[in-house]
Design a protein around this ligand. Structure first.
Ligand SMILES: [Zn+2]
Length: 301
């Protein structure tokens, strides 16, 4: 499943390719699962809208839209288009209320196997294609998803809330407060999207290793100093992964069809039985809340 760095990579790739383009028409498939908003609503929000920005919020890809009058000439906004925030920050409570009504959003969650493809219209339509957006540039933006855990939705008033706080923006005080009084294992707390959005299994394991914290430790029992290490580790791991284009998991590829390279840097994830890069002990694998967790019993306490 793509996590924050993969979604960030995909969103950046898409932003380069489709920002400024106008969606002329929308085709949606018959399968119901991928459509979180009604098909008619998705079509009416997307058609004749200009894509003003593509960005990531948690594990969602958000397309900020501006209504384009004739599908070709986007209306000029009175003020300069505000620079899209790359993240919601601060829990997503601060939103521009003055412009939101005219700035609808298209929200894509890739689920396990969802993919967004920018291609020429003559490109063969792959099996499991659930949406095709015809763009004014002549290209098409297609959504494919064999396993159908991905979701498409629209926020007609631009008020999409991804929940939780952005791990790359959160400050130490807020970060520490997320785990106060939590009796769940720290690993489960890191995966809880209502706390931090976008951190998944790989980056939780890698961050806990770097911070020297065992995944099963009760979140509330972790000292302020250790949480400080974890706070730094999470940001470091995510930034390194974004730099390398994320990790390639199963058939994940970014918007340009390129694979990520962060998996070569994994120190514990997917390395059960192999030796720890620090102390040479074998990496262990345990299951916590249904998810496999990888750690070094010597380096992590
Ligand atoms: Zn070790």
């Amino acid at each position: 499943m793509p996590e924050l760095p993969e979604v960030e990579t995909i969103a950046r790739g898409l932003a380069k390719r489709v920002t400024g383009d106008v969606i002329e028409s929308v085709w949606l498939g018959q399968k119901k699962e991928p459509l979180k908003s009604p098909a008619s609503e998705i079509a009416s929000v997307l058609e004749h809208s200009r894509i003003s920005a593509v960005r990531r919020m948690g594990k969602h890809i958000v397309f900020d839209l501006v209504r384009a009058s004739n599908g070709s000439a986007p209306p000029r906004t009175p003020t300069k288009t505000p620079k899209p925030k790359t993240s919601g920050g601060g829990g997503g409570s601060a939103r521009p209320t003055d412009t939101s009504s005219s700035r609808p959003q298209w929200i894509v969650h890739l689920g396990m196997t969802g993919r967004l493809q920018v291609c020429e219209p003559e490109a063969e339509i792959a099996k499991h294609t659930h949406a095709i957006l015809k763009l004014n540039s002549g290209r098409e933006l297609r959504f494919l998803d064999p396993r159908r855990f991905g979701r498409l939705s629209v926020a007609a008033h631009g008020d999409f809330d991804a929940g939780g706080v952005e791990p790359l923006d959160v400050d130490l005080e807020r970060f520490v407060s997320l785990f106060r009084g939590r009796k769940t294992p720290i690993k489960s707390a890191l995966l809880n999207q209502k706390l931090l959005r976008g951190v998944g299994n790989i980056y939780a394991d890698e961050s806990l290793f770097r911070a020297g914290i065992r995944p099963r430790r009760k979140a509330a029992s972790i000292t302020h100093a250790q949480l400080g290490k974890l706070f730094i580790a999470i940001k470091e791991v995510l930034k390194e992964a974004i730099k390398l284009g994320g990790s390639s998991i199963s058939d994940y590829v970014d918007a340009d069809g390129e694979e990520g390279f962060f998996q070569r840097k994994h120190r514990v994830y997917g390395r059960a039985g192999e030796t720890c890069v620090v102390c040479k002990s074998p990496i262990k694998r345990v299951v916590i809340a249904g998810r496999s967790s990888h750690f070094c019993a010597k380096c992590q306490k």
